[in-house]
Design a protein around this ligand. Structure first.
Ligand code: GLU
Length: 282
């Protein structure tokens, strides 16, 4: 059997909180128990929101928790050529088009009375297709790049992957046609950063040989998009484990801005890594 390879892929935009600790420890423990490898990847494509001091703090927190990983780590800001190559492959198959719509254009198109209530997918409202007639030959610096989901659905059959790990693992399937209706033409390259979460995560999980993607269940709706991109790019499909989210006392999901739950604060108050594990049920 192939070696189990998991990863933790934080964006250095704030402090790690208990939810991140849960994700990182789950991925690390699964790799350890199978004699596999746990990798760290820094997802810093959104440069204006990322800071080196957050990355240093993330590394310090993870080391304090007892995690180890091979160096050097992959960082997405070094990977723009790989994302560009993936876009070129998709463009060569006629699956991409440039889009110049602004947020304001989209709001106006989506609230036009004849459109009715816009359907909303995991990426927000489904794009109404204003720029779908355009071709990549006419793409310029003002354009984002979208995936023509209906065209992708024409050339791919049902998507399959495994969700869960151990005895709880089970098959999942999704139809690209449903993605066209429910998710629409996702952005694969934002005009400001030349890539997107969906494209970067798919290309990088494959480049790192990840066999089990461990992440919060808030990202589960993105998985069918990632499996579709793997099919279109000829990349292997890993297994996925979307874990429960750690919530605060009021049941609200923790976010990076909830500094009150930052791991560093528990550390400063004298908590041990085992205290953190107990707090999050590991
Ligand atoms: N970088 C993403 C985050 O910090 C995680 C992406 C993933 O695990 O697929 O939420």
């Amino acid at each position: 059997m192939a070696e189990l390879r998991t990863r933790f892929a934080p964006s250095p935009t704030g402090p790690l909180h208990l939810g991140h600790a849960f994700s990182a420890l789950t991925a690390f423990d699964l790799a350890q128990s199978a004699g596999g490898t746990f990798l760290l990847r820094i997802e810093d494509i959104d440069a204006p929101r990322c800071r080196p001091e957050w990355e240093a703090a993330i590394r310090a927190d993870l080391r304090w928790l007892g995690l180890t990983w091979p160096e050097p780590v992959m960082r997405q800001s070094d990977r723009l050529a790989a994302y560009g190559a993936a876009l070129d492959r998709l463009a060569a198959r006629g699956l991409l088009y440039p889009c110049r719509c602004t947020r304001g254009d989209l709001r106006a198109a989506l609230s036009a009375p004849q459109e009715g209530v816009p359907p909303a997918g995991p990426d927000g409202p489904v794009y109404p297709g204003t720029c779908r007639h355009r071709t990549m030959a006419g793409a310029g610096p003002q354009d984002a790049i979208r995936l023509d989901m209906a065209r992708a659905a024409q050339i791919t059959g049902p998507l399959h992957w495994t969700e869960g790990c151990g005895p709880l693992a089970g098959p999942r399937t999704a139809s690209p046609r449903d993605l066209a209706a429910e998710v629409g033409d996702v952005i694969l390259a934002r005009r400001d950063i030349g890539t997107s979460y969906h494209l970067a995560v798919t290309v990088d999980d494959a480049a790192q040989g990840i066999t089990l993607v461990v992440r919060g269940e808030d990202l589960a709706p993105a998985t069918a998009i990632h499996v579709l991109l793997q099919r279109l790019l000829g990349l292997p499909t890993p297994a996925y484990h979307h874990h429960r989210l750690i919530r605060d006392a009021a049941g609200k999901r923790l976010a990076k801005r909830d500094d009150a739950r930052a791991l560093s604060l528990f550390r400063a108050e004298g908590a041990s890594p085992d205290d953190i594990r107990r707090k999050i049920g590991l």
